[in-house]
Design a protein around this ligand. Structure first.
Ligand code: SF4
Length: 342
């Protein structure tokens, strides 16, 4: 094994339980957002009482006994007044802290600098196209693309590099995944993930507008993964299964079916397959029972089968050891912490 691969493996293991499951504490301080994405899981308007820092910190402290990573998401967490103190609190507890943010607020240079100064470890940014026209159509907020791009640039100007862009694959963007990949290479993004739409919340209401079969998007995804890989950008997907993707690309597919998540929303404890908070979680189809690759395959979102059935999934009769080694080696992925649990 090369030195680079050993480093990647160690990086991967550092975020797992001893039995190999990825795990993290996921905190959502607010459940509303300044975008209103066509595929979003959460409501655009504030819901219920907004919690304060003093209500959050005991939960975080309790979680420290079991977790070394915390992800702060939403909604859009930069709209929550106590975000910066919360990140500092987590850092004081020696958590590795990941923020999930559309970074529109970071278009203000001073705010971007304040975020970086908290010592945040990584930021995951949803970005769904390379142009305002398409991205803003998906977020349903005019100007959101330019603000997000400016936010990313401001973070980079402050010396912050660990940015993971998350692209939700849907009818409006699946054909341009390779162009998005080229765009992200030029922007100096470190890690990019592509995931199928989770059919819950707004995605169900907007089904006819955004739904695309994963098998239809597969060829475009493969091209995008190849472009990113050649551009030395880490790339992966957690919701495209082996049987719709050509074998040379299996190394980009990450199985998070056994990841372990605790959130403040449901206090759910368990593996990702049993994790049903906000309708998320990946699983295999019934037909997968006879597949030789079932142990390693990421499967897809469990809600996908309700809408599209199981016709696309073709159990594999043979799997070479080389395919499995390639699939589980995680080649090209060192920022495993950037992988969303759903
Ligand atoms: S049949 Fe199921 S387990 Fe096998 S590759 Fe396809 S999705 Fe994965």
């Amino acid at each position: 094994m090369s030195a680079a691969n050993i480093c990647r493996t160690q990086s991967r293991l550092s975020h797992t339980f001893s039995d190999g499951r990825m795990c993290r504490l996921f905190h959502f301080p607010i459940l509303y957002c300044n975008n209103e994405c066509l595929h979003c899981l959460v409501p655009a308007k504030p819901q219920g009482k907004v919690i304060g820092l003093s209500e959050v910190t005991p939960l975080i402290k309790k979680g420290r006994k079991r977790f070394s990573q915390v992800s702060i998401g939403g909604g859009e967490p930069t709209l929550w007044a106590s975000l910066l103190p919360l990140i500092r609190y987590c850092k004081n507890l020696h958590f590795n802290v990941q923020l999930h943010s559309n970074c529109r607020k970071m278009s203000d240079e001073a705010f971007a600098l304040r975020i970086v100064k908290t010592g945040i470890d990584g930021i995951t940014v949803p970005l769904h196209a390379h142009t305002s026209t398409i991205h803003d159509a998906i977020t349903r907020r005019k100007g959101s693309f330019l603000e997000t791009i400016r936010g990313i640039r401001n973070l980079q100007k402050c010396g912050f590099e660990n940015i993971h862009v998350m692209v939700v694959v849907q009818k409006l963007n699946y054909r341009i995944l390779p162009v998005i990949a080229e765009f992200l290479c030029r922007k100096g993004i470190q890690t990019v993930s592509f995931d199928a739409t989770v059919f819950t919340g707004a995605a169900v209401k907007n089904f006819n507008l955004i739904a695309v079969r994963i098998s239809k998007a597969a060829a475009y995804l493969q091209r995008a993964l190849s472009i990113l890989s050649h551009g030395n950008v880490e790339a992966y997907s957690t919701s495209f299964p082996f049987c719709v993707i050509n074998r040379p690309y299996w190394r980009f597919l990450v199985n998070t079916r056994n990841s372990f998540v605790i959130t403040n929303l449901s206090q759910s404890v368990g593996n990702n397959s049993g994790y049903r908070c906000q309708g998320c979680g990946t699983s295999l189809a019934k037909v997968c029972a006879s597949c030789k690759a079932r142990l390693f395959c990421p499967g897809t979102w469990y809600t996908y089968y309700d809408f599209f059935g199981e016709k696309e999934f073709k159990p594999l009769k043979t799997v070479a050891m080389a395919d499995i080694v390639r699939a589980v080696s995680g080649a090209g992925i060192k920022n495993i912490f950037g992988i969303p649990p759903f």
